[in-house]
Ligand binder design. Structure first.
Ligand SMILES: [Mn+2]
Length: 338
């Protein structure tokens, strides 16, 4: 069998999911591959919309994690996105569950199949759930998204943020290269202790990212708006005079603690499409009653694209000339639920 791992590209949970599959490959599949053979299994990072648009060509040995399922039958599929909740019973080697992270779900499956547990593995499981499920406290956000006085020590959660900063630079080619390289080199027990990874010095990337977050926040401050009626922060990137820094997706809730939701809009694909991102205030999920996954799916259908995600966060791609209508539709949905 010619195996290949296809995972959510540029995403920390996507990275960690592929890592867990490789780490427990023989446990998952009852195979007897050597470490070298597992190391060489290629890893491809793609975006969910690429699968939805039929741009990815699958084969029977594909292992797909943290992404929508393919139309054709593949070797293994595991996901936790609400949008991809199966409507019929799943074939062998297909797994879906509404969990905070896909990596955590994969670790559970591996443990069930007899993988050896350890303190580090459980620690890692805890922080990837916080990271992908956005279960941060305000202090966690300060620790992971803002510059610090010193960088001598890192908590497991900070380590994960540092790893993510290596493939979330503004250079897409570099991101893909790092993502792939990190997953086809020697793997430690978890990403938190993988020597080959830490040799690349994630701190350099992380400090640069914290600087980029700050630049981004300063720029976005010039046009970030709040709709009190919809209790929604609107980040319309069409209003940006310059394009600088790396987006800090939790800034809206730090700046507008009274907000329940956040919407961001960006034109992509040579002005033909727009990307809409919607989130809920991670510090006040009790206020957020709108199912964002459903809302994003609806947006995709109504405004000529596709969409999906989780209960509290999601994204959609719509036609660029329909963005204003889409925004009005979103704000209306939030007002109705109050
Ligand atoms: Mn995920």
């Amino acid at each position: 069998m010619k195996y290949r791992i296809i995972t959510h590209g540029n995403c920390t949970d996507g990275y960690c999911s592929a890592f867990v599959v490789k780490k427990f490959f023989n446990v998952f599949f009852g195979t007897t591959l050597t470490e070298q053979e597992i190391q060489e299994i290629p890893v491809l990072g793609v975006q969910p919309q690429d699968i939805q648009a039929g741009k990815v060509h699958f084969s029977s040995g594909d292992i797909v994690v943290d992404l929508p399922p393919s139309e054709t039958k593949i070797f293994f599929w595991c996901d936790h996105h609400l949008t991809n909740k199966p409507t019929a019973s799943l074939p062998k080697n297909y797994h879906w569950k509404a969990t905070p992270s896909c990596s955590g779900f994969l670790i559970d499956i591996a443990l069930e199949k007899g993988a050896k547990s350890s303190k580090e593995l459980l620690e890692f499981r805890k922080v990837i759930d916080i990271n992908d499920g956005a279960a941060y406290t305000k202090k966690d956000i300060k620790d992971c998204y803002y510059k610090r006085k010193n960088y001598q020590q890192h908590s497991p959660l900070q380590k994960l943020a540092m790893i993510g900063s290596m493939f979330n630079t503004r250079d897409r080619i570099l991101n893909d290269e790092i993502f792939r390289t990190l997953l086809t080199s020697d793997l430690g027990e978890t990403p938190l202790s993988s020597e080959s990874l830490w040799q690349l010095n994630p701190l350099i990337f992380h400090r640069a990212q914290l600087e980029s977050f700050e630049l981004w926040r300063k720029n976005v401050d010039t046009y970030l708006a709040y709709d009190a009626e919809a209790q929604c922060v609107i980040q319309d990137d069409r209003k940006a005079k310059i394009n600088i820094g790396v987006p800090d997706r939790f800034y809206s809730y730090m700046k507008f603690p009274e907000a329940s939701y956040h919407v961001n809009l960006r034109i992509i694909d040579e002005e033909k499409k727009a990307r809409v991102g919607i989130g809920s205030n991670i510090f006040h999920k009790e206020r957020c009653k709108v199912n964002i996954s459903e809302l994003c799916q609806e947006l995709g259908k109504k405004f000529g694209g596709s969409g999906g995600g989780h209960f509290y966060v999601g994204g959609a791609v719509v036609r660029a000339d329909k963005v204003d209508e889409a925004l009005a539709f979103i704000l209306e949905a939030f007002k109705k639920k109050e």
